[in-house]
Design a protein around this ligand. Structure first.
Ligand SMILES: Nc1ncnc2c1ncn2[C@@H]1O[C@H](COP(=O)(O)OP(=O)(O)OP(=O)(O)O)[C@@H](O)[C@H]1O
Ligand SMILES: [Mg+2]
Length: 476
């Protein structure tokens, strides 16, 4: 166990970190903070939800000269929501050191960002597209940057991002420190990374599995057409506090969110075609618990830290294992437990095995619940709610009428009637979910797997540049 006070960081940061409720450093923090303070280039890999943001954030803030008005640190993140979240975490870490942090991302008025840049931020967190935009307009000067971080480094170095990243790198001084962090780091991508790093230290937090042990991982074998009924029943049986359902495409996400609402769930979708204001408002409602089910494309797969996400459903199995690791990593964060259910059609079983080979973890088969199990699950929910209401008290005003009811009727019947009135019966409202084309059949053998960049993985790209077309959040 490493205490933050053993890590040679200033009292101001210690105070902020304490206020954030961090008691001791996580393993990746303990391993990389000292190296980073020495000025080493680092590739840091550790499981999802284990504090990588503070692992690069704490030493970065430690090294900011707060008397200097220049931008000294730059962090690049793949999505707008993540850029905002990272800037907020850094703001909290740097609060007592009075460090100025600014997030710049697409979809927000650029003039407003230009005005904010005039307030002399010392750290910028941004998405690639918008950072480049500012660099080209000369509203962002990176001549004094001494530290550059790629959060979700493997994603940032994927095709579709690499050109932008290289362009940004060329406006940052060469004698900078470069830090790369992610939960996944496939070898070919690590090799690309090493090209622009100086003698990097590879820090991998030793773990048997790539995924978090606190996440129970299941797969449900299901035909495409049955998926939605199975999802509804699982939601009824498992009653998640907050759930994320991942779908493969934007259309899928829209249809699923609509269908879930038709069946009485509080669901909203998030994907790259929505306005930025809408994306942020959906996420805010989800964090506040006004939405129970967030339906998302991979736009929400990486880095997002939303406490209280208890269940992740992969309505469609992801195309690559890395995506799986990040998607399910939205639960089971910072020591909490979580559950992940992955739907797989019979002909997609090869993908499931490839995921398992990469994560070094078997998924447990789960039988789809029946309608009556879903019904019972919902009744149990009501039962729990009644139990909670009794514990909370303040039911005095109901007692007189309750007594009256019990003089006229049998207590079990009274309770059953109350359960019936309060229970949301599993809904069979017909919904319209278009079939997704199944993934191309894949053998159960990772060696036969073509690279992530190969066009065979992007059968729906219609010849456009890979990745960018497939991902729906690059417009930043
Ligand atoms: N030392 C710590 N003690 C307790 N909580 C921590 C500590 N460090 C970070 N956290 C909290 O843990 C949560 C997860 O951290 P963070 O988002 O940095 O994880 P991550 O490793 O970047 O995950 P991902 O791979 O999904 O991006 C955050 O809410 C963060 O504030
Ligand atoms: Mg992260």
């Amino acid at each position: 166990m490493t205490k933050f006070s053993d890590l040679n960081i200033s009292p101001a940061i210690l105070k902020s970190v304490k206020r954030m409720g961090f008691e001791e450093a996580s393993p990746i923090q303990a391993a990389t903070i000292p190296l980073s303070l020495e000025g080493k280039d680092i590739i840091g890999q550790a499981q999802t939800g284990t504090g990588k943001t503070a692992a690069f954030g704490i030493p970065l803030i430690e090294k900011i000269d707060h008397k200097s008005q220049h931008i000294q640190g730059i962090i690049i993140a793949p999505t707008r929501e993540l850029a905002i979240q990272v800037s907020e975490e850094l703001y909290r870490v740097g609060q007592d050191s009075r460090i100025r942090v600014l997030a710049v991302y697409g979809g927000q008025d650029i003039q407003r960002q230009i005005r904010a840049l005039k307030n002399r931020p010392q750290i910028i967190v941004g998405t690639p597209g918008r950072l480049l935009d500012h660099i080209k307009r000369r509203t962002l000067k990176l001549d004094n940057v001494h530290t550059l971080v790629l959060d979700e480094a493997d994603e940032m170095l994927n095709m579709g991002f690499i050109d932008d990243i290289e362009a940004i790198l060329s406006s940052v001084p060469e004698n900078r420190q470069t830090l790369l962090f992610s939960a996944t780091m496939p070898d070919p991508i690590r090799k690309i990374a090493e090209r622009f790093m100086k003698d990097p230290e590879l820090v991998r937090v030793k773990a048997k599995e790539m995924t978090v042990p606190l996440i129970e991982q299941y797969f449900v074998k299901v035909q495409e057409r049955e998926k939605f009924d199975v999802l509804s029943r699982l939601l009824d049986v498992q009653s998640p506090e907050l759930a994320i359902v991942f779908g493969r495409t934007k259309r899928r996400v829209d249809e699923l969110a609509n269908a879930l609402n038709l069946r009485g769930y509080l669901a909203e979708g998030i994907h790259g075609d929505l306005s930025q204001a809408k994306r942020l408002s959906v996420l805010r409602k989800f964090k506040e618990g006004k939405v129970d089910v967030l339906v998302a494309t991979d736009v929400a797969a990486r880095g997002l830290d939303i406490s209280g996400v208890t269940h992740v459903y992969n309505f469609d199995i992801p195309q690559d294992p890395e995506s799986y690791v990040h998607r399910i990593g939205r639960t089971g964060r910072a020591g909490k437990e979580g559950m992940a259910m992955t739907f797989v059609t019979p002909r997609e079983m090869g993908y499931l095995r490839i995921v398992e080979q990469t994560t070094k973890k078997r998924m447990i088969p789960m039988r789809p619940p029946t309608w009556s199990e879903a019904f019972e699950g919902q009744q149990r929910m009501t039962m729990e709610k009644i139990g909670e209401a009794i514990k909370e008290g303040s039911i005095e005003e109901y007692l007189n009428v309750a007594k009256e009811l019990l003089t006229d009727y049998d207590p079990i019947e009274v309770t059953a009637a109350a359960l019936k009135l309060m229970t949301k019966e599993p809904d069979k409202t017909p919904v319209q979910i278009s079939d997704e084309r199944p993934l191309p059949t894949k053998k159960d053998n990772r060696n036969g797997r073509k690279g992530k960049h190969s066009s065979s993985n992007h059968h729906n790209n219609k010849g456009r540049k890979p990745r960018r077309t497939n991902k729906n959040y690059h417009k930043s």
